[in-house]
Design a protein around this ligand. Structure first.
Ligand code: SF4
Length: 389
């Protein structure tokens, strides 16, 4: 490893790979902490959101997923338009600024019953419905952020005028995880090349983009570094990655991976530190606070995270339903004791507001207005009304 591997700048690829197996974890974490403080200061952000699981029907079968259903199975559900508008209105009343539209992958290609449901709503396709839901979010005073799995370039283009940012978890670049008996074997939409291609398409379209890695599926430390480097390459080419989520896999009862322990909190902190060191400073490192012990939340920040992602006062984490979000007041108090300030943000990061071409003209005025209002009313989250999952 070269002398500059843990310096003020992201390391070369070979050094980044070596860092993933560095025995001196304390040194890595200390370097990540310095990089976070230098780039993001003592501010830690979160996005006040509502989570709308537009449909939990999905054509894939990831071994760890507790979200997906087949049509007619217990718990299978596609949100009706009036459910969507109801959640949006209640979220706006509680001060939310993000509407996360989340769903399974390409359900209309697998399920005729779902196509009939869409037709009953007057929609021809999932993307038609997402465009409608995104416009409904804007009308309710929230900004949509859609994570719909794999989308074509044309579909991204259709969502761009209403979504200030879009997202797709890369999860991993390991082809090994797609082999027989591995978590992504029955999930054609999780092939790394397809996901990287969509993230690249978003870059070509200048869409501020959220992605991330899922840790604890059976990947190696080196494979995690390879995924981070793949994201870095795309950001260096297109400048569009606004945040990288470092998310721990947590096992869910009733899934094929229910007995897999996942990643320890300590190992997760090492991946966060690696992400902060490997990624350019302008890419936010996010880790969700509901997937670690409450005492570990400050440690997420200490290891290099500067963002805690979406936190909802209204809706649960439908992907990890056994892990409620902590109260923002509690988080803010814990972070304040550690010298950090928790503040809300929009689903598009501030840096992108100044980058030419990244904000669709249809959204410019409303984002500028919302950002100004957020500044005017900005108070540390501890002083805001308590929110609860
Ligand atoms: S993780 Fe996503 S793509 Fe995989 S089965 Fe669940 S909903 Fe489908």
């Amino acid at each position: 490893m070269s002398a500059t591997a843990l310096g003020e700048r992201p390391p070369e690829d070979a050094d980044a790979l070596a860092l993933s197996e560095l025995p001196d974890r304390a040194r890595l974490r200390a370097a990540a902490r310095e990089r976070r403080l230098g780039a993001w200061g003592t501010t830690v952000t979160f996005s006040p959101k509502v989570f709308l699981p537009i449909t939990n029907l999905c054509r894939d079968r990831c071994s760890y997923c507790t979200f997906r259903r087949d049509p007619g199975a217990p718990g299978a559900h596609t949100m009706a338009p009036e459910e969507i508008t109801d959640v949006l209105a209640r979220g706006h009343a509680l001060g939310c600024t993000e509407a996360l539209l989340c769903l399974g992958d390409r359900p209309e290609t697998a399920f005729p019953a779902y196509r009939r449901t869409l037709a009953g709503f007057g929609q021809q396709s999932t993307v038609d419905y997402l465009v409608w839901a995104s416009q409904a979010a804007l009308a309710a005073g929230l900004f949509p952020h859609t994570n719909a799995g794999l989308l074509s370039s044309d579909e991204l283009l259709r969502l761009r005028p209403s979504n200030p940012s879009l997202g797709l978890m890369l999860e991993s670049t390991s082809e090994r995880l797609c082999e027989a008996g591995m978590p992504h074997h029955r999930a054609p939409d999780k092939r790394p090349a397809r996901r990287l291609a969509m993230i690249e398409d978003a870059g070509k379209l200048r869409i501020p983009f959220s992605t991330g890695i899922l840790c604890g599926l059976g990947e190696t430390p080196r494979e995690r570094a390879e995924a981070l480097l793949a994201i870095r390459r795309l950001h260096c080419a297109y400048g569009h990655i606004q945040e990288v989520i470092v998310q721990p896999f947590r096992p869910h009862p009733g899934t094929p991976m229910q007995a897999v322990p996942g990643i320890t909190d300590q190992a997760l902190l090492d991946v966060i530190a690696l992400a902060r060191v490997v990624l350019p400073d302008d890419v936010s490192v996010q880790s969700p606070p509901n997937l670690v012990d409450p005492e570990s939340v400050v440690a997420l920040v200490d290891a290099g995270a500067n963002d805690l992602g979406g936190i909802s006062p209204l809706t649960p984490d439908f992907i990890n339903p056994r892990h409620p979000w902590p109260h923002t007041g509690t988080l803010a108090a814990a972070l304040a004791r550690a010298g950090a300030t928790l503040r809300p943000r929009l689903p598009i990061y501030d840096a992108f507001l100044a980058r030419p071409g990244f904000v669709d003209p249809a959204l410019q005025a409303s984002i500028t207005h919302a950002r100004r209002r957020m500044d005017e009313t900005a108070r540390p989250a501890a002083a805001q009304p308590e929110v609860h999952a």
